[in-house]
Design a protein around this ligand. Structure first.
Ligand code: SF4
Length: 316
């Protein structure tokens, strides 16, 4: 099946505010899917609540618009049930690092092969611009009556500390960079996180297009080497993680985008499951037969007990 940009559009009206950085994310996500040639029935986009949560409505692939902060658990279930699928989570910084922060950490620890795309705009745009977890203390965007009194979360450092094996940042209006970053994240075998700087043109009058235009530079153009290959000594890995954390603190006159860290040596969660469940990779839950050999459907409690008994992990 030929996948092109036209076939990935839906007839749902894209109701983001005119000029919103989310349009860049939508456009570039569709381009990345086309360039990777992934068939629409082999991809699932899962979102939580927020302006970013609408993304699955606008891309003609499988989509699930879930609960606030819960996109990652839904995506985890989908990926574990059917590892063949490409699973992408779209969430805002409020959704993923506020109410969903525990799930965000858990995904990194598992290194399950899911890509998390965070629409980072520093505000809760859908509910009129309250300070979100990435807005720095002391900043006062136009919807805030007083400057923010909470400290910000550093998403790159949190992803690294949680165990994500692909950690990157891109800018929603640099389509070329976003497309290449997303393609690499999808192709990476493990938990991938992309912090997408996304101007909210209505509620964030600090992190505007002009603000980013003057400051953003691409890490890779600076001789940066974030990749850990299998067999890399532990001291080198620690050095690369430390370097990535240091880079993530750079936020002022210059703001880096690019791959901060990519570790190809950590076993993916499916491989770990395969050591506990016989033939998990060959016959994951979604590939289980739904009928017995005589053609009768599996419908009794006993049938289900037998069907799922192989997934019950017992001490060996
Ligand atoms: Fe975009 Fe902000 Fe409007 Fe939401 S409120 S659609 S993030 S500009």
């Amino acid at each position: 099946m030929v996948v092109d940009l036209k076939s990935l559009r839906t007839d749902v009206w894209v109701d983001w505010c005119p000029g919103c950085g989310n349009f860049g994310i939508l456009n570039a996500t569709q381009r990345a899917i086309v360039e990777l040639g992934i068939e629409p029935n082999k991809i699932v986009i899962v979102s939580g609540i927020g302006c970013s949560g609408k993304t699955p409505h606008f891309i003609n692939v499988n989509g699930v618009h879930t609960l606030h902060g819960r996109a990652i658990p839904f995506a985890t279930g989908i990926k574990i049930a059917n590892p063949e699928l490409t699973v992408i989570v779209h969430g805002g910084d409020g959704d993923l690092l506020g109410i969903g922060a525990g799930h965000f950490v858990a995904l990194g620890r598992r290194n399950l092969d899911i890509t998390v795309v965070m629409h980072n705009n520093g505000v809760y745009g859908l509910t009129k611009g309250q300070a979100s977890p990435t807005l720095f203390r002391g900043e006062q965007t136009k919807a805030l009556p007083k400057p923010n009194i909470q400290d910000a979360v550093n998403p790159i450092a949190l992803a690294l500390a949680s165990g994500y094996t692909f950690v990157a940042r891109t800018y929603s209006l640099n389509i070329k960079h976003y497309v290449e970053t997303l393609k690499m994240a999808i192709q990476h075998k493990g938990s991938a996180f992309i912090d997408v700087l996304q101007p909210c043109v209505v509620y964030n009058d600090i992190y505007t297009k002009d603000f980013f235009k003057e400051r953003i530079y691409v890490l890779e153009e600076d001789g940066w080497d974030p990749v850990v290959e299998p067999g890399t000594p532990m001291e080198t890995i620690e050095e690369k993680i430390n370097n990535a954390i240091q880079k993530s603190l750079e936020w002022g006159d210059k703001i880096p985008i690019g791959i901060f860290y990519m570790n190809k040596a950590v076993p993916e969660f499916g491989e770990r499951l395969n050591t506990l469940i016989d033939n998990y990779t060959l016959i994951p839950p979604a590939k289980q037969p739904i009928a017995r050999e005589d053609g009768k459907p599996i419908i009794t409690n006993q049938d289900f007990r037998e069907l799922f008994s192989r997934y019950i992990i017992r001490r060996r």
